[in-house]
Design a protein around this ligand. Sequence first.
Ligand code: COA
Length: 180
Amino acid sequence: MNKPTIHQANSKDAVELSSVCSRSFIETYEGKGKKRPKEMVYEYVRKKFNPKVLLEEINASPIETWVLVSNKKIIGYFKLIKEIPPDFVKNKNLIHLERIYLLKEFHQKGFGKALLAKAEERAIEMGHDGIWLGVWDENQAAIQFYNKNGFKKVGSHNWEFDYQGFHYVDTDDVFTKILT
Ligand SMILES: CC(C)(COP(=O)(O)OP(=O)(O)OC[C@H]1O[C@@H](n2cnc3c(N)ncnc32)[C@H](O)[C@@H]1OP(=O)(O)O)[C@@H](O)C(=O)NCCC(=O)NCCS
């Protein structure tokens, strides 16, 4: 395997990114937890990760999407979005790491750390003091990853999604990392 490279996503990446976002999300959440039925996961994927939506995000100025490429294929990505953290986060000058995902076969090989290092570099270059994020409180692997990488839990808030007349609510732990 060639050494993976990271670049900011461009319009040519939208279709392949759609497939990587969808696959990695389904691998992470399908069949997990009590309150996330399979159909809801698929509905979320259809809504959030279709190429049109991703193309809009790639071209939107408050959002940066970066992709990790190995052997000419996207294997992971992260998304930063200028979004003010929840009230209980004291430092308001943090950027939201909304997603950091790898395809399953590339987990635990150091690629997550490499993506995170780039996200942190970009956070500083964009003038932020650090990063905030929300992680589903049942996603123990990701929580371990954040703990190992210097993030601290500072609270929790609801993750909400409306699907076919049902309103789903889960708890996301909110983590921050100050970089300055
Ligand atoms: C979370 C994720 C990005 C981590 O990336 P990764 O490449 O697997 O992690 P790395 O190999 O870079 O590991 C970095 C550190 O985190 C720890 N870690 C990573 N995955 C872990 C796991 N499943 N359990 C325990 N520790 C873990 C590693 O032990 C490592 O610690 P070290 O620096 O002491 O060796 C990746 O597993 C993933 O894409 N998961 C599915 C999507 C997801 O849940 N994203 C987060 C949503 S909020």
